[in-house]
Design a protein around this ligand. Structure first.
Ligand code: TMP
Length: 264
């Protein structure tokens, strides 16, 4: 009766669907599911800068799980089903919309540069921007006109994406404010989830300190990937601090990054 036992497919035998800069997607255990694996790779400036930072994937897996689970709980639909282990989560397979949706509350990064604003200036209201996901073109900024003309999303889908982005921003801003962190800006991705003949847009990919700007409210310290982009050091300590404030890690807990190491 061996065939009745659940099958466990070891990771190296699972079918790899896609490998990105910081994550790998594998075929999931059931149709319509995928496994999202978080790597330790950190890249910036379209992968011109690259480093492997021990433990980053584990922290992002936990932080993204926490944020997506809360979004699911308040009725913001996401692709997230559940975390499987230290580096992996089970997600619903969606058709990724090729847009990076950036929401900004405070001037920083490319907006500060583009418009000559001082970093840290509160914006008159939250601003949503779209970038076309295309590494060869360096993810150029695009407008709704480009998105509809080239068929990346319909006007109705853009409305849905913007409504989702505002809900995610309001939820995350409040959540982080409660633990002494200012949500300066973040990037999210969306996908089409098919349920029979019905389709809805859901939040996909990850939301983690890799894809947000998070500043300590008192000290203004950066607790996000700008530590890597700007060579400030202390990235793992910063991500650990975010996890600890969110109550994901106990006071003195450190992330376990792997099993015993082979010493060569
Ligand atoms: P930017 O100021 O460099 O345009 O970044 C805006 C936000 O988007 C910031 O929170 C970092 C995030 N981001 C990504 O997640 N991936 C990217 O490739 C880029 C350029 C930014």
């Amino acid at each position: 009766m061996d065939f009745l036992k659940p099958r466990y497919t070891p990771m190296n035998r699972r079918r790899r669907i896609y490998e990105g800069k910081a994550k790998v997607l594998y075929e999931g255990p059931e149709p319509g599911t995928l496994i999202q694996h978080f790597k330790d790779d950190a890249t910036a400036f379209n992968a011109k800068k690259h480093e492997v930072i021990d433990g980053k994937g584990v922290l992002n897996n936990r932080i993204s799980e926490f944020l997506f689970q809360h979004l699911n709980d308040i009725g913001v639909p996401t692709h997230f089903i559940r975390r499987l282990n230290m580096r992996e989560q089970l997600i619903r397979e969606v058709e990724i919309i090729p847009l990076e949706v950036v929401v900004r509350n405070v001037a920083a990064g490319s907006l500060a540069t583009r418009l000559g604003l001082e970093e840290g200036t509160q914006l008159p209201r939250s601003i949503i921007e779209f970038y076309y996901k295309n590494d060869q073109l360096n993810d150029p900024m695009v407008s709704e006109e480009h998105i509809t003309a080239f068929g990346w999303a319909t006007p109705q889908e853009i409305d849905d994406i913007m409504a989702l982005a505002i809900r995610v921003n309001d939820f995350l801003s409040g959540l982080f404010l409660g633990v002494g962190i200012r949500l300066v800006d973040f990037k999210m991705e969306t996908g089409r989830l098919w349920e029979g003949d019905m389709m809805r847009i859901v939040v996909a990919d990850e939301i983690s300190p890799d894809s947000c700007r998070l500043w300590d409210i008192k000290s203004q310290d950066k607790l996000d990937k700008d530590r890597f982009r700007k060579d400030l050091g202390g990235l793992i300590e910063a991500y650990t601090e975010v996890a600890r404030r969110l109550g994901i890690l106990a006071e003195n807990e450190k992330v376990q990054t792997g099993g015993p190491r082979l010493v060569q």
